[in-house]
Design a protein around this ligand. Structure first.
Ligand code: HEC
Length: 137
């Protein structure tokens, strides 16, 4: 776990270096940390206004992290979370987000909720079909 975390930190700092150097993220190798970084950015732009910058919810929308969220989603396939997002969110403009962006955002939300993400990230939504959301504390 520690090794995974520090690898993620390394990737995250390399992403920052790539951005500073003006390199395209698309030339970077597929990795969970790049995907989570992309998901973090997309979440901030598309979701944070209602669900809060730290996913803790607001008067306008429920939290997307924490015990209540994970209890509601526990044992359901991660794909269901992806489907819920792509077909109903953002609330004011559902169905407008690219599948890749929704996959990045879903991966970000899963990681915030302590779900293990494969080292290479997710390339297709279908890969989420067989991954149940775990009730972790
Ligand atoms: C304009 C406000 C608004 C925006 C923007 C928005 N949401 Fe929501 N979201 C809501 C509201 C309100 C609900 C609860 C009502 C409902 O389910 O439709 C909700 C429900 C959800 C749920 C179900 C939560 C649960 O546990 O049942 C998920 C998941 C979700 N939103 C994800 C997202 C994501 C990801 C984005 C960004 C792509 C997003 N939302 C953008 C308002 C918003």
């Amino acid at each position: 776990m520690t090794a995974m975390l520090s690898a993620n930190l390394w990737h995250t700092s390399m992403l920052a270096v790539s951005v500073v150097l003006g390199l395209q993220a698309s030339v970077a190798p597929a990795s969970a940390s790049f995907q989570i970084a992309a998901g973090t950015e997309a979440y901030a732009a598309q979701c944070a206004a209602c669900h809060g910058g730290d996913l803790s919810g607001s008067n306008h929308a429920p939290a997307l992290k924490g015990a209540v969220f994970r209890t509601a989603w526990a044992e359901k396939p991660s794909r269901l979370l992806y489907s819920r997002i792509i077909s109903t969110m953002p609330l004011t403009d559902p169905g407008t987000l690219a599948p890749k962006m929704v996959l990045d955002i879903t991966t970000f939300i899963l990681s915030v909720n302590k779900q293990l993400i494969p080292e290479s990230g997710y390339q297709k939504a279908d890969e989420l079909n067989s991954i149940p959301i775990k009730r972790v504390d």
